[in-house]
Design a binder for this molecule. Structure first.
Ligand SMILES: Cc1cc2nc3c(=O)[nH]c(=O)nc-3n(C[C@H](O)[C@H](O)[C@H](O)COP(=O)(O)O)c2cc1C
Length: 327
């Protein structure tokens, strides 16, 4: 997610789930070719498994970008055919490409030939008035013929004229049954459903009909939800980490990043939602927001934020442990 799932965010999310697949922000093929690939692509080995999402419609540029991405060690290359922003449309990529299935297939084939990695596609269920099932089906036929084995489908169409990207994530109605139908019609294709999933119980329900579920905003705003993923969907038996453990696991990373010149706020902004929905949420957010922005802010800010939460949530008169469960 643009501006959200940068490498600091992904490192943080990885402390919450060992198994979920993380995605980069969308990076355009042109940016990788003309910009500073190291700045755009480097990431911590601790983030694995992680997919690089590319945007663009020039098969050769995407092929080169995919090869460079593979060299950085990404586990998957994903092509964005779902982003509705004007900026993206003027560059002829994102959701508007749904109307050019041959070109999308050409891009996919070129990326597969160039990078020795799975190439996946993220798309919508339609665009504007091109919102029939057959329209989506045509795109999927092309990309599967080109060698794409996994699609992530945001279960709402995109309105390319008139709605902002934000509105395009809420206003067009979610149509999960369309994604379920894709799985029925393309049984060999790995189908990942996306859009509006905020609880793991809802993800479990979708998994009766599709192969995977992608969480976007919920994972960012309420990241602790990810601690349930490994046991529920990957058979892990380890206890999920507490919030305090997650924070302590972040500290060595943050120290290293601060020493390398990263500002604390660039990391802590992704951690603001950690206490979402539980006592201490406001104290945590407030402390970080107020103190992590100082130019010399260090890990002591995080430790103090944690103290602020715990001073609020520690029981005043804890019950003796021997009495737990009696009566
Ligand atoms: C701030 C923000 C940035 C996003 N950037 C991208 C992006 O770069 N690539 C992409 O495929 N989707 C992007 N999305 C869309 C999400 O991946 C997802 O499809 C959408 O939010 C619906 O899923 P959700 O309801 O679980 O959030 C972005 C969403 C948000 C909120």
């Amino acid at each position: 997610m643009l501006d959200w799932t940068d490498r600091h965010c992904r490192f943080f999310l990885r402390q919450l789930s060992r198994h979920c697949l993380l995605y980069t922000e969308m990076v355009t093929g042109a940016a990788i070719l003309r910009g500073d690939p190291d700045w755009l692509l480097r990431f911590s080995p601790a983030e694995h498994p992680v997919a690089l999402q590319l945007g663009g419609s020039d098969p050769q540029a995407l092929a080169t970008a995919a090869r460079i991405g593979a060299g950085y060690g990404y586990d998957e290359i994903n092509l964005n055919v779902g982003c509705p922003s004007d900026r993206v449309r003027s560059g002829r990529f994102g959701a508007c490409l749904m109307a050019e299935p041959e070109l999308v297939a050409e891009c996919v084939a070129a990326m597969i030939a160039s990078a020795d990695l799975p190439v996946t596609v993220k798309t919508r269920i339609g665009i504007d008035s091109q919102d029939t099932y057959e329209f989506l089906q045509q795109l999927l036929e092309h990309v599967t013929a080109a060698g794409c084995g996994t699609v992530i489908i945001h279960a709402r169409k995109a309105i390319l004229g008139g709605l902002s990207p934000k509105e395009n994530r809420t206003i067009p109605p979610l149509q999960y049954t369309t994604v379920y139908r894709v799985k029925q019609d393309f049984p060999e294709l790995e189908v990942i459903l996306n859009g509006g999933v905020t609880e793991l119980s809802a993800a479990a329900t979708h998994l009766e009909a599709v192969d995977g579920v992608m969480l976007g905003r919920a994972a960012y705003h309420n990241p602790y939800i990810l601690t349930g993923v490994d046991a529920r969907f990957f058979g892990a038996t380890r206890q999920p980490p507490s919030r305090a453990t997650v924070i302590h696991r972040m500290l060595p990373y943050i120290e290293t990043e601060l020493n390398a010149g990263t500002a604390l706020k660039h990391i802590t902004r992704h951690m603001l939602g950690l206490y979402h929905g539980v006592p201490g949420a406001r104290a945590w957010r407030r402390h970080l927001s107020q103190h992590a922005t100082a130019s010399n802010a260090g890990v002591e800010v995080i430790e103090a934020a944690l103290d602020a939460v715990h001073s609020l949530t520690a029981p005043v008169n804890p019950e003796p442990a021997t009495r737990v469960g009696h009566g």
